[in-house]
Design a protein around this ligand. Sequence first.
Ligand code: ATP
Length: 378
Amino acid sequence: MVTEHTSPAADAGEASSLSSDEDTEIRLRDVTKQFDDLVAVENLDLTIRNGELLVLLGPSGCGKSTTLRMIAGLEVPSDGSIEIGREEITKRLPQERDLSMVFQSYALYPHKTVRGNLAFPLEKMDVSDDEADEQIRRTAKLLEIDNLLDNKPGQLSGGQRQRVALGRTIVREPKAFLMDEPLSNLDAKLRVQTRSELRSLQQRLGTTTVYVTHDQEEAMSLADRIAVMNDGELQQVGTPKEVYENPVNKFVAGFLGEPSMNFLNPDQLKWSDTDDSGPETDSSFAGTAIVGVRPEDVAIVGEGDQQANAGRAYELDGEVLVVEPLGNAYEIEVDCGGDWITARLRDQPVTASPGSTVTLRLPDHAVHQFGSDGEVIE
Ligand code: ATP
């Protein structure tokens, strides 16, 4: 099932001198890419709206890089069409598309100054020296590297070099940025920092951006909207909140979130009729092959926030396997008749210990139901 939510793109933030009102929406219509017998991307319909940052998210081999490469012009679709603005560009050469692609590693020229590195992408373009100087100045100011223009890369910190590399991407003001796991070579701390810089820069520029990653946390923190792919097929498109809270199928539900959603057989659940108004377990799970609940929604009777122990919920008993303190939360692994359920409790110390029997409560509103085809049952 493919869902495209219609909520507007997030506010692109303060307008920048580099942004424009040009229509840079990217439309993929029924795009398929086949390599011999292998269908890498199948019947993909996807619109990347003006100025938004859309993340293509999915496991290795799901077709996200192939999709990006087709937008860039590095692969030609076997079927379907691609438009940018009102122009069809399906078979146009990469250099005729006015897009800027950022890969995992982007090296700077070590013998050129920062200014020389920023000037390089403009050399192939039809801009005067004065215009080029102005574009370099604006870009350097935006990235706060204007005091480094005469330095060489060897004199810069890792973070400053990253910013120069980004500057090279944005200096020629392309219609869109295409980014393929651009942060994966950075260590964890620099990755998180560069990620937020990238996000704030993209919002200030308001440049339409397609960003590929397999990292769901990166997707959640960067995206205006996420397009989740699996096995060459688009599964769902929506804001991070929409795809997290209302996954359309078991794949999306399980792919987003860390620790991931718990899945279990509905037969084990007992309806806890504290207010006597809930559905009976048997009838409410008719047609449901599997139920899912996120760790942060699982409560343990008698533990943590007592609010979580009230209201309409399903219950099941299990034996505690592991209690792991995480600083600001506890993660508890419980064996419920062979299904291992993870509960994440915030704030309060936990008294349950490995070997003890506990009753888990799964609030009615937090239980996702899936049919035998994996599609959500509303
Ligand atoms: P990763 O995160 O590992 O890069 P991905 O989601 O970006 O994965 P793609 O690189 O788009 O996946 O690949 C999708 C499928 O197409 C894979 O099975 C891959 O092996 C195959 N594929 C990609 N490029 C080619 C090619 N040039 N020739 C043949 N098969 C290819």
